[in-house]
Design a protein around this ligand. Structure first.
Ligand SMILES: [Zn+2]
Length: 465
């Protein structure tokens, strides 16, 4: 499948690998399924997206603070959150070819199950659907299944030297619990009044068997999670506000095309949730979730109060009323946002004619989140490197900059287009006389002569404006 810009996942994967955005994990050892490493450009893009999120959700909101919790937590956290008992995938094994499949995916991808929401059937319902409809194995085509077994999605590890169950700790499957268990600390230390919110960026881990579309589904991923602690009475309104805020973030801050985004309400709600919605992007493989807004009720704080024996009540300083705040969560996947930004930014432009095409590949990434903001390109190697070094050193104090003096200037422009660098600065022999350079714009390919003294200001405006 292709997206609006003629992009396939294979093309995107190749570009990411060739240019240094994303490499397959542990590649020289044959890899490890669904793990990926970010290269020089990928780390810049991901960091820029994370910084932009932090700015939008934490920095620019006077009722918000941030935190950075640990990956390992007391195992009772995961008992209270419900993950120990219920965070699992319903798996069925094919007795013929011994492959393992998620029952809900098996049903939804079968011709009998077209348009069915398998999750809503429940475990027993899914099992009978597969039996009654003779759903076959996508690997070998036989119908010879085990029953459904629930497979925990949490990675377990042992603390200390003994392998007994009392030393089991989990790699967190979500970051949100840090905000919940620290609710009292956060509120007291920052003297915030409900409603207030806490943002956090961090790694989470899920032991999924489902193969992912490139970095779309991975066993290790980074979450951007914001928890709003609010009053029950205003919580549904807050939910609407944060649902729209997420969309605003994707469109205005990440530059993602509005037409490629949509909301999808959850078909099944958790027993404590009043509302939940996914935000989806139209990837080359189809629509996929990039974030979500969830009304979690009083479930999180209430459950931690019950399991820890500590009161999670907040006292309103005006009315003295005591209550457990309601949580509205805004959650986003950093890796999926990287993938959405790349998919959306990819363009192929024919600068030649129909008979002799000349295809320019250009990533039209919003300048504020582009990996490199500017490339410094000496027109010739001879006699210009000193001046070019000077310009690089000036610019790199302000912006992530790159330097390239290999190959023709046309080829170098194309190389920068392909990695999304919004501005190229060319130093020529005239520069030595007039202390001016040529700035070339990625999207329009227009060029302009500008004094070196004005360069930093000009770029700042172009990047933030
Ligand atoms: Zn099979």
């Amino acid at each position: 499948m292709k997206n609006k810009n003629n992009l396939t996942m294979e093309k995107l994967k190749a570009l990411c690998n060739n240019r240094g955005f994303i490499f397959a994990g542990s590649e020289i050892y044959g890899g490890l399924a669904n793990t990926w490493d970010y290269g020089p450009l990928g780390v810049e893009l991901k960091n820029n997206i994370k910084r932009e999120w932090w700015k939008f959700f934490v920095q620019e909101d006077k009722n918000s603070v941030g935190m950075d919790g640990g990956i390992l937590m007391n195992p009772n956290v995961w008992v209270a959150s419900g993950h120990v008992a219920g965070f699992s995938d319903p798996l069925m094994d094919c007795k013929d070819c011994k492959t393992r499949h998620r029952a809900d995916h098996l049903i939804e991808n079968s011709k009998q199950g077209k348009g069915i929401n398998a999750e809503a059937l429940g475990e027993k319902g899914m099992e009978s659907f597969v039996t009654d409809n003779g759903v076959t194995c996508p690997n070998c085509g036989k119908h010879n299944w085990t029953g459904i077994r629930q497979f925990s999605l949490m990675f377990k590890t042992q603390r200390g030297v003994t392998d007994d169950s009392t030393s089991t700790v989990y790699l967190r499957p979500e970051t949100a619990q840090s905000q919940f268990v620290n609710f009292l600390n956060l509120q007291r230390a920052s003297r915030l009044k409900v409603p207030f919110g806490v943002g956090q960026i961090g790694k989470a881990f899920r032991n999924e068997i489902t193969p992912g579309n490139f970095t779309f589904r991975t066993i290790e991923f980074e979450q951007l999670e914001y928890q709003l602690f609010t009053k029950e009475s205003s919580s549904l309104n807050d939910y609407e506000v944060f649902k729209n805020k997420a969309m605003q973030f994707y469109i205005e801050r990440l530059g993602i095309d509005k037409k490629e985004l949509r909301f999808k309400d959850h078909a099944v709600l958790c027993h404590y949730a009043k509302a939940a919605v996914d935000a989806e992007y139209n990837f080359p493989f189809g629509f996929g979730e990039i974030g979500g807004t969830h009304h979690r009720g009083q479930h999180d704080l209430g459950s931690h109060a019950q399991h820890s024996g500590k009161s999670m009540e907040y006292t309103c300083p005006i009315t003295n009323e005591k209550f457990i705040p309601t949580v509205v969560e805004s959650s986003h996947g950093a890796d999926r946002l990287v993938l959405a930004v790349l998919s959306d930014a990819y363009h192929e432009e024919n600068l030649g004619t129909e008979e002799t095409p000349d295809i320019r590949i250009v990533l039209k990434i919003k300048p504020s989140i582009a990996p490199y903001k500017v490339a410094v390109l000496p027109l010739q190697k001879k006699g210009l490197s000193e001046k070019s070094d000077e310009v690089f050193s000036l610019l790199s104090k302000h912006f992530m900059a790159t330097y390239d003096d290999a190959a023709s200037i046309g080829k170098r422009y194309r190389r920068q287009d392909e990695i999304g660098t919004p501005f190229c600065i060319t130093i020529d022999y005239e520069t030595l006389e007039d202390n001016a350079v040529t700035i070339r714009y990625r999207d329009t390919m227009e060029q302009e002569r500008i004094k070196i003294d004005d360069l930093v200001n000009k770029l700042y405006k172009a990047i933030t404006g």
